[in-house]
Ligand binder design. Sequence first.
Ligand code: PEP
Ligand code: MN
Length: 360
Amino acid sequence: MLQDIWEKRPLLVSGPCSAETEQQVMDTAKRLAATGKIDLFRAGIWKPRTKPGMFEGIGIAGLHWLENVRREYNLPVTVEVVTAKHVEEALKHEMDVLWIGARTTVNPFSVQEIADALRGVNVPILIKNPINPDLELWCGAVERFLNAGIKNLGLIHRGFSSYGNTKYRNAPMWHLAIEMKIRFPEMLMICDPSHICGNRTMLREVAQKSIDLDLNGLMMESHIDPDNAWSDAKQQITPEAWAEMMESLTWRKETSQEEMFLQNLNTLRHQIDQLDEELLILLGQRMKLADSIGEQKRDNDITILQANRWNEILERAFEIGTPLGLSRDFIRHYFDAIHLESINHQNRVMNTNKTIESNK
Ligand code: PEP
Ligand code: MN
């Protein structure tokens, strides 16, 4: 059964942020199971909280409740583990899937401790991205579990912490999720809109965006009485609201075998490949001009960086580009990259000269 849920697309994971009481866990599971929109039931029992004095999880008692959920409602269950001891307890109580929280993924010592505790055990692991936007830490965690022989590994995108106020609790930084997907194309990746949003209003929008980007499922917190939840009250929704949201999302697939669609896609992709090639040829020509400018500056002892000239170029790019439908953000990023490459080219020209001079 477990292999079936692991391969299920979209993989739907829901349940409370924290297991609080047996009644709350059982009622949430009952109402979720009744919707038919759930593959895996989640509940945190060890809660690494930002500050002491907050509810830090119900502990081992929660494992018994999760066992009851599996038995009563035939639902696989998952729990977060933070230490080797947690792994031992979770395995003793036959949790179906374990997840690694964002506060753990940042710490290679903890990840290694958990990976070592799992050596030789065949339990699927979901790894949340680290709190900070560092892809290498996320990859490092994947590698540690792969090295420990874990076969069923998946990823959870839960957003990244950034200093100061943003509209998200944890900024999604979608480009990092995309980069991770490119690095591990075969690996399951689901999205956790609850911890990205930190509120209820944006959950649907974030969930839809993750589907549009070909993520493979969702983990979202649900509670029988969200306003009175003992942790993360603002972002939890009722089981029925979860099911309604699952109904209202537009589920997409990566491809289709439909003849007309494939033909149209092919033609458009061909045109894009052609244009990309032309863009690269033009960029190559542009850098040759930068080399020539570098030589001129070198021979006349002029600095490479000329802020005014660069601002003029950028302004002109905005004027031409925005009416063509290009965003100012894109134009800035694109020209920043061109500028950097151009400076590197000019730098090379100047340093080559220095080398030749010093060899004379
Ligand atoms: C959680 O899932 O309840 C949790 C603590 O999440 P994160 O590790 O993403 O903060
Ligand atoms: Mn939570």
